[in-house]
Ligand binder design. Structure first.
Ligand code: SAH
Ligand code: SF4
Length: 445
């Protein structure tokens, strides 16, 4: 469940399980080990964890030797609640503790009688390097550059679930990218809650193995330059960029480094200054807009995507309209739009004037309608143009067609054979949709 970071963590867990001799099972009912990697960022995915655990209870009753583990952000922030509501869970491990997973499995295997779960949610201090990985993503290899977050936006559970920000040493990142390229990946996605603060989190209560303290002034733009030198790496993506930390040198790096894709995921969260201040985001709408203008000026063909929330506590109709206006002005290529939900332990959860669910729903629908119209118009203007597409796989719904993404992360489906998978192909777009394009091969590069 959840974000790309969870997906990358699941690949580590798969690597650890492989080393322990486990093989993938066809169905949960046949498995000896079942893990849920959970997301706590909103109320909905957290509820999903408990309903999934309800389903797993039956499996545990039929096959008591099956080990059930809860991993990820819900494990970190709600370990006791999981243990209480699902006492048949054997292992509860937070996202910074997977180095202890193998040990936890062995402990459970040693004790055959039902027991209290093994709970490991304590260590936020070190970055475990050299854990095994079994990659499952088809096209883009996920590579962490920072762990955790120090921003404490008032609505957000991430700093509690994933701990303080720490940057991985440059050489570890480059080595992982090289390894991914050796495995056949042409594209990597560098991951962090706030990649733009790369290098600045070290030293804040985190001892070695980070090396940032010796490299003062070294930032994300420098890291991009370093990664871009990896041979045969065609594309570099990265997410997420926090607007308050974007530097001119980062814009220059995107513009100047040929394998860095022209795409910024730049969460705006709201278009109203008062709401932004209460969210603790550290920028005004005007500053955000200027940043977008500067980025578009410097980087031709840039696509800008965003995250936004409606119904933050105290959000008035007028403040919501400022968000609508911001969307009209900026015209995002794509947006992930959410209804705010209380996260226990955050400051926003304690704020007064909660927005009723029906109002949140209506605002979300209004914003989605506006954004969909914008995306349709933007895509329509791109019909007939030729794009470099990295082919990800066959299109399950249309035989004889393959699908892939442009450098700006737009989906394109076109007639092609499976031998194109993993290749870069020039494709001319023919029809625009909300989701992307239908196209035809122009010329192979
Ligand atoms: N680090 C990223 C965001 C990570 S969480 C950043 O700073 O932008 C992913 C998205 O979930 C956020 O951008 C936000 O839009 C949404 N989100 C976070 N907390 C939320 C909450 N309490 N309710 C609803 N959406 C939330
Ligand atoms: Fe959450 Fe803000 Fe950190 Fe993003 S920057 S993970 S929204 S606290």
């Amino acid at each position: 469940m959840g974000c790309q970071m969870n997906e990358r963590d699941s690949e580590t867990v798969a690597g650890i399980l492989h080393c322990l001799g486990y093989q993938p099972a066809q169905t949960p009912a046949e498995a000896d080990f079942i893990a849920l990697n959970t997301c706590a960022v909103r109320a909905k995915p957290e509820h999903k964890v408990f309903s999934k655990l309800g389903e797993l209870r039956r499996i545990k009753q039929e096959r008591p030797q099956t080990i059930i583990a809860v991993l990820g952000c819900v494990a970190q922030v709600a370990a006791q609640e999981i243990a209480r509501r699902a006492p048949y869970v054997d292992i509860i491990i937070g996202p910074r503790n997977y180095a202890q997973l193998a040990q936890a499995i062995k402990t459970v295997q040693r004790t055959s009688a039902p027991n209290d779960p093994v709970i490991v949610t304590d260590s936020h201090k070190t970055i475990p390097e050299a854990l095994p990985v079994r990659r499952t993503t088809p096209v883009s290899a996920f590579v962490n550059v920072t762990y955790g977050c120090n921003n404490f936006c008032t609505y957000c559970v991430v700093p509690y679930a994933r701990g303080r920000e720490q940057s991985r040493p440059v050489q570890e990142i480059v080595a992982e990218v090289e390894q991914a390229v050796a495995e056949g990946y042409k594209e990597v996605t560098l991951l962090g809650q706030n990649v733009n603060s790369y290098g600045s989190g070290a030293g804040q209560g985190c001892p070695s193995p980070t090396v940032m303290s010796q490299e003062e002034g070294y930032g994300f733009a420098d890291l991009l330059a370093e990664v871009s030198r990896v041979e045969e790496l065609e594309r570099i993506r990265f997410t997420t960029s926090h607007p308050k930390d974007i530097s001119v040198s980062l814009l220059a790096a995107i513009a100047g480094l040929p394998n860095v894709c022209e795409h910024l995921h730049l969460p705006i969260q709201a278009g109203d200054d008062e709401v932004l201040a209460r969210m603790g985001r550290g920028y005004t709408y005007e500053q955000y807009r200027h940043l977008v203008e500067a980025a578009r000026e410097r980087i031709p063909g840039l696509s800008i995507t965003t995250d936004v929330m409606v119904g933050f506590p105290g959000e008035t109709e007028e403040q919501f309209h400022n968000t609508l206006r911001a969307f009209e002005e900026i015209r995002f290529d794509q947006a992930f739009m959410f209804k705010y939900s209380d996260r226990p332990g955050t400051r926003a959860a304690e704020m007064p004037d909660k927005v009723p669910e029906a109002v949140k729903q209506a605002r979300l629908e209004q914003l989605v309608a506006l954004q969909n119209e914008t995306a349709r118009q933007i895509n329509q203007k791109l019909v007939g143009k030729s794009f470099e597409v990295l082919v990800a796989g066959a299109d399950a719904k249309s035989p004889g067609k393959v699908r892939g993404r442009t450098r700006t992360n737009r989906l394109v489906i076109f007639p092609g054979q499976e031998r194109l998978i993993g290749k870069l192909v020039q494709v001319q777009t023919q029809e625009a949709y909300l989701w992307g394009f239908l196209g035809e091969i122009a010329a192979q590069s």
